[in-house]
Design a protein around this ligand. Structure first.
Ligand SMILES: NC(=O)c1ccc[n+]([C@@H]2O[C@H](COP(=O)([O-])OP(=O)(O)OC[C@H]3O[C@@H](n4cnc5c(N)ncnc54)[C@H](OP(=O)(O)O)[C@@H]3O)[C@@H](O)[C@H]2O)c1
Length: 280
């Protein structure tokens, strides 16, 4: 297994093209520029001129006139459009992608074999499932290698992914579950935050105070998990003393089926990812 900490690759000199400058495309571009990729080595294309203008103003990257022009100027092509548009976009660029180029797709649920079939010729492809905290450089990405991707391609992908967070390599069959855990996962934490704020507000606290308490508690808890590395069970024990307030809350969570709800939610997301892969 390959993880973030093993990445030492450099992106210097590589020309990177990003097609689709939406939420994820912009997060990527910002991360790459912050990671000292020379903005003139990044080329972007999006059909939405407003997004292009905004990112050009902020990051001073190159703007392509078309997706074909973008790929013709790139050693690495990142496809960051919605999954349902991926086939269409690949049809536009397929013959323009350079012979030795690496294509990285972040489209949820589009398999490596589908991407290969859209290209109709051997292309080095890496499929990635990133997540939304990439926006603040704290993303979690899992990736799988296509059959033509080399060890050098893997290093390049790792260097790119490390520009906006952590990464791990997984077999492609694991990506539906990755989607259910870390792809959709930020929304589960946001839901917990929302419910905590609602509960506090319902008991008389001002929303802005409740929001501050909850957001900082989320940040602190996240940092403890990452920096401390211990299992959640051990960390819970550190907060919950016998007969105390946390224990009372944990008993309520248990009584109302919190564990089962989380288990079912992750199963549902995974099932939906599999359905979407079958275009249902
Ligand atoms: N957002 C997440 O949390 C997340 C997490 C994991 C994976 N992903 C994956 O990341 C990919 C991008 O998601 P996103 O949330 O960044 O989507 P997004 O904000 O909609 O960005 C996609 C961009 O691509 C543009 N576009 C559409 N057709 C195009 C074309 N033919 N050529 C060039 N650009 C085109 C869109 O323009 P218009 O808006 O005008 O259509 C939009 O600006 C998706 O495949 C998604 O599955 C997203």
């Amino acid at each position: 297994m390959s993880t973030s900490s093993s990445s030492k690759s450099s992106l210097s000199g590589l020309r990177i093209g990003v097609i689709g400058a939406g939420n994820m495309g912009q997060a990527l571009i910002r991360g790459l520029v912050e990671k000292s990729v020379y903005p003139q080595n990044i080329c972007i294309f999006d059909i939405d001129k407003k997004k292009i203008d905004a990112i050009k103003k902020e990051a001073h990257v190159r703007i392509a006139k078309s997706s074909r022009q973008c790929v013709s100027l790139s050693d690495v092509v990142i496809l960051a459009v919605k999954p349902q548009l991926l086939g269409e976009v690949i049809a536009e660029i397929a013959t323009g992608v350079q012979k030795d180029a690496l294509v990285i797709s972040i489209a949820a649920g589009v398999s490596l074999s589908s991407i290969d079939s859209f290209f109709k010729r051997p292309i080095s492809v890496i499929r990635v499932m990133p997540n939304m905290p990439a926006l603040v450089g704290a993303g979690m990405s899992a990736f799988s290698l296509g059959k033509h991707a080399s060890a050098k391609d893997r290093k390049i992908a790792e260097a790119i992914l490390s520009a906006f967070g952590e990464f791990v390599q997984v077999p492609e069959k694991m990506l539906d579950l990755v989607t259910a855990v870390s792809g959709s996962g930020p929304a589960y934490f946001f839901l917990l935050a929302e419910k905590m704020i609602e509960a506090a507000h319902g008991m008389g606290m001002k929303v802005d105070i409740a929001k501050k308490l909850v957001y900082q508690t989320a940040l602190g808890s996240g940092r403890v998990m990452i920096e401390n590395g211990e299992d959640p069970e051990v960390l819970i024990e550190r907060v919950a003393s016998k007969g105390g307030t946390t224990e009372a809350a944990l008993k309520s969570f248990k009584r109302y089926g919190f564990g089962k709800a989380v288990q079912e939610a992750i199963k549902s997301a995974c099932k939906r990812s599999i359905q979407m892969r079958g275009n249902k």
